[in-house]
Write a protein that binds this ligand. Structure first.
Ligand code: HEC
Ligand code: CU
Length: 340
């Protein structure tokens, strides 16, 4: 009688274990977060195999990244997460944890073809916590700048400008010339015209004033920002804009040159971005960048072109990174400061 009772108990325990153990391990693995296989292919072959990933605040997601064709990269926009290479024939694993709900963009950061920049997907993070705050309205919208309109510089220097020489006139400049707001919302040519109209500066030559403007612009970009800007440019922009900013990157060789006046008509405005890639303006031509304010350049970077192939970078870069990129772009218009 006693033995039978014991046997019954053993059976009950075994049955319980059979249920509880798998349930427990399922519970544990659930706690560790989802395991997701993410296949990377060139956009022509389908892009990311899942392009929307759901995640919960504080719960790690395990990603197994697999390339089905060429080398791709995996990066998360506006995050400190270092970018990863996805090599064909290898597994790349990573664990991501998000501490704020919101929408994040993941993207390929290795040039894999003409449509490379279209390799973007979304990570939707839900759960408790302060959501990622919405972006403040970008300055180009506040100022009502049409980033697609032609904006040739009203005037440009005729000799090589020297920011170092411009420093000599620093103490004579009116206070507004050194304010950040003046820099952000005016093109270099506009600031030059304003200074030219100052009676107190009438003894300076036109060239002197250009040197002063170049110096003003240089004050707005720290050496660290310029370094960041240069690196971001090399990986994300040079393939089209060219290493030296001439608009001759490998992606656009032989394509017709961007003509802003031809692109303002209704039908081209509604063309989807990425179609009709053209070759970008030559940033070393002083009429181009000296006619553009930082607000305009930032606006174009955030929003991208309309039917020109210029990608939009708003969800990818932080505003600090975009500012750094703009600082770097202006160095194509005049010589960069000497690295210390
Ligand atoms: C796929 C090619 C391509 C890539 C990559 C690209 N651009 Fe462009 N970009 C263009 C084209 C084409 C134009 C001209 C058409 C336009 O303005 O829409 C342009 C225009 C611009 C302009 C406007 C210039 C002006 O005077 O109006 C800025 C600023 C700019 N790009 C910055 C960048 C930055 C910064 C990056 C990298 C983060 C970048 N671009 C990456 C193709 C590209
Ligand atoms: Cu790519």
């Amino acid at each position: 009688m006693k033995k039978e009772g014991l046997a019954r108990w053993i059976v009950i325990l075994l049955v319980l274990a059979a249920v509880v153990v798998p349930l427990g391990s399922w519970w544990l693995s659930k706690d560790q977060g989802a395991k997701i296989e993410l296949h990377a292919r060139m956009p022509e072959n389908g892009g990311w195999s899942v392009d929307t990933i759901q995640a919960k605040v504080g719960q790690p997601i395990h990603l197994r990244l697999i390339s089905d064709d060429v080398v791709h990269g995996f990066a998360v926009g506006r995050s400190d997460q270092p970018a990863l290479d996805i090599i064909p024939g290898e597994f790349t694993e990573t664990i991501l944890t998000f501490d704020r709900p919101g929408k994040y963009i993941f993207y390929c950061n290795r040039w894999c073809g003409a449509n490379h920049w279209r390799m973007r997907g979304t990570i939707e993070v839900t759960g408790d916590g302060d959501p990622v705050p919405p972006d403040p309205q970008p300055l180009f919208l506040k100022l009502g700048i049409d980033v697609d309109a032609p904006h040739p510089a009203e005037t440009a220097p005729v000799t090589i400008v020297s920011p170092e020489r411009g420093a000599l006139f620093a103490s004579r400049l009116p206070a507004y010339a050194l304010e950040k707001d003046t820099y952000l919302s005016n093109s270099p040519a506009k600031v030059w015209l304003k200074l030219r109209a100052e009676p107190t500066l009438s003894s300076l030559s036109d060239d002197d004033l250009w040197d002063a403007v170049a110096w003003i612009w240089q004050q707005q970009a720290s050496p660290e920002a310029l370094k960041d800007g240069r690196e971001l440019y090399a990986t994300n922009c040079a393939a089209c804009h060219g290493e030296s900013g001439k608009g001759d990157g490998v992606m656009v060789r032989g394509l017709p040159v961007w003509n802003p006046s031809a692109h303002t008509s209704e039908e081209t405005v509604h063309q989807p971005t990425g179609e009709g890639l053209v070759s970008p303006p030559n940033f070393t031509d002083s009429k181009v960048l000296l006619g553009a304010s930082p607000a305009l350049l930032e606006g174009k970077i955030i929003r991208g072109g309309m039917g020109t192939g210029m990608p939009y970078w708003g969800p990818i870069f932080t505003s600090k990174q975009i500012e750094a990129l703009v600082g770097h772009l202006y160095t194509f218009a005049w010589p960069p400061p000497d690295p210390k």
